[in-house]
Design a binder for this molecule. Structure first.
Ligand code: FES
Length: 572
């Protein structure tokens, strides 16, 4: 241990304040608990309204056992939790609130280290943002994916199959009755979504970053090995305090390099881009959206999981797991990046093995030779926008088509199935007002469903452009995170239906083919620019006034960076 425990500032001494701090915590706890034993918070996002995390109390119990066994004192700390499918208008609006509230509770309480229990999409990013800003020893346990559900003899992928089946209903190839019948088969067990959506992606990427015991991420939620690893993580948390291993001591640009390689190799969610940028921002690490293109775009796709592929998360675990994937791209990893255990990620790869090459492809036969996130820029996205080519239609990656513009998601829903809407498969669908400020909260709406009349013709993909995000379980030729967003005065606000749009992913371009002077002189529809972003009070007001654009992670401007764990004043 390097110096005194942080918690001794609360508990040591015989004065009135130390008495108060100890006495209210006693409740049967022996005096020895407050004498030099690491106090380990378990930041627990278990909540009945975050169904993907509702089993985390069971994991917390295993962590507690491990902490206690190693000589620490485990302390359950319920924190803000976000159920992706439940909270409105979008969980992303609350990610920064969760990060801020967690950061303040970690700083305000007498703790020396923290185990972060997350799962559903925003929970691991928010927990990591908080821990990075407080910079006390911290380690993540992802709650794990659910087991695969089946319907009519076929595996159901969370999210991805909801989009797919609902498109089938709109196309008239699946009855509404059967669609609704599939509902109770979708979620087979405890755990988060089982596709390579945002939750799975962030768990694996957090392991690549080094914040999880290597080999843990991706363990299915009902698998007893998750509890064993959680026990081990509890023990390790106590050790981290003794070693004073804080996030800032091992998270470097090299860690993010490895996370970007992992993101590409697993075919992970585009949402990881904003989350990794935000976490890096908390650590003062210079990471840009272009790093994702530079480091990741030539990394092969090795994991055959929905939405880009066929299988689901328990197949990945069965096939050898995340470390088997990393072993295949070992030469692309930065071996200098350490994990929370003190050893580099690359030290954990020797024993990893692929058991099913249909799920995890070997490097020599990748599913796609280059799978990472691509960045496009141009007159329609001067600050950049991203696209995931692995989930797109190859023939649309270079495309010229006329814009069909929607001013909001409500406008989109009102008009998309209008038989008189002038649109065909060559059109470029544009949805604006969905950025961080504009919605507010940057919802997952960019993967707009196609018009019914085109679905009925058999069209299954079109170029779509939006300043919002898309679900990690979605697929299609979708250009998203357009920066600056329309509500911030970006060029997207000046596009009109009928303008020619040019997308050229290979050459990193996204342009509107309107003479620059004419385009700049166009007036902007004030309703579009303001969007719905004029909240009167509360968190939404604070958010809209301070949120940054997607290219820097959509954090709040005053939350970027670290303020450390010091608390300067006593409470009484
Ligand atoms: Fe929670 Fe998908 S809704 S992980």
């Amino acid at each position: 241990m390097h110096g005194e425990l942080r918690s001794t500032e609360w508990y040591s001494g015989d004065d009135r304040n130390a008495y108060i701090h100890r006495a209210w915590m006693r409740r049967g706890t022996p005096d020895s608990a407050f004498r030099g034993r690491p106090q380990i918070a378990i930041a627990n996002t278990a909540s009945d309204l975050t169904p993907c995390n509702s089993h985390l109390d069971e994991i917390a119990q295993s962590v507690k056992n491990g902490v206690y066994e190693a000589g620490g004192i485990p302390l359950n700390l319920p924190v803000v939790s976000l159920g992706e499918t439940q909270v409105r208008p979008t969980a992303m609006l609350w990610r920064n609130m969760m990060a801020m509230a967690t950061e303040e509770m970690l700083r305000a309480n007498p703790i020396d280290g923290v185990v972060l229990l997350g799962g559903c999409d925003k929970t691991i990013p928010a927990l990591l943002m908080a821990a990075a800003s407080v910079d006390i020893p911290a380690i993540v346990i992802p709650g794990g994916p659910m087991l695969t559900g089946h319907f009519r003899g076929e595996a159901l992928g969370c999210g991805t199959d909801v989009w797919r089946l609902s498109e089938e209903v709109r196309a008239g190839t699946l009855s509404e009755t059967l669609f609704n019948k599939s509902e109770s088969s979708m979620i087979r067990s405890k755990g988060h979504c089982n596709t390579m959506g945002t939750a799975s992606t962030m768990a694996l990427v957090a392991e690549a970053l080094g914040t999880i015991v290597p080999g843990l991420a991706g363990t299915p939620a009902p698998d007893s090995r998750l509890l064993e690893m959680s026990h081990h993580t509890g023990r390790l948390a106590v050790d981290l305090v003794h070693q004073d291993r804080r996030p800032s001591s091992f998270l470097t640009k090299a860690s993010f390099h490895n996370a970007i390689v992992a993101l590409a190799a697993i075919g992970g969610s585009t949402n990881a881009v904003v989350h990794l940028l935000a976490i890096a921002g908390r650590l003062g690490i210079d990471l840009s959206v272009d790093d994702f293109d530079r480091i990741g775009s030539d990394v092969p796709l090795l994991v055959n999981l929905q939405p880009a592929g066929r299988y689901l998360m328990d197949d990945l675990y069965r096939a050898g797991g995340f470390l088997a994937v990393m072993k295949e791209v070992r030469d692309l990893l930065d071996p200098s990046a350490l994990t929370v255990t003190g050893k580099p990620l690359t030290d954990y790869l020797d024993e990893a093995q692929i058991w099913d090459p249909d799920v995890i492809s070997r490097r020599a036969a990748p599913l796609q030779p280059a799978a990472g996130i691509s960045v496009v820029r141009g007159s329609l996205a001067p600050g950049g926008a991203i696209i995931k080519p692995a989930a797109a239609s190859p023939h649309l990656l270079k495309h010229r088509g006329q814009a069909v513009v929607f001013d909001s998601i409500e406008d989109f829903h009102d008009r998309i199935d209008d038989p008189d809407l002038e649109i065909d498969e060559t059109s470029v669908m544009i949805l604006r007002g969905c950025g961080p400020m504009g919605y507010p909260g940057m919802p997952e709406v960019s993967n707009m469903p196609l018009p019914k009349k085109l679905l009925e013709k058999g069209v299954r993909d079109m170029v779509r452009i939006c300043d919002g995000r898309m679900s990690g379980t979605a697929y299609g030729t979708v250009v998203l995170h357009v920066t600056p967003e329309a509500a911030a005065g970006g060029p997207l606000a000046r596009v009109r239906t009928g303008d020619w749009i040019e997308l050229d992913v290979r050459n990193h371009r996204l342009d509107v083919d309107v003479p620059a002077a004419e385009f700049a002189a166009r007036g902007v529809n004030e309703a579009t620019v303001a969007g719905f972003a004029n909240p009167r009070r509360g968190w939404e007001r604070l958010y809209v006034d301070h949120v940054l654009q997607a290219d820097t992670g959509a954090d709040l401007d005053f939350l970027v960076g670290s303020s450390g764990s010091e608390v300067s004043r006593e409470s009484h």
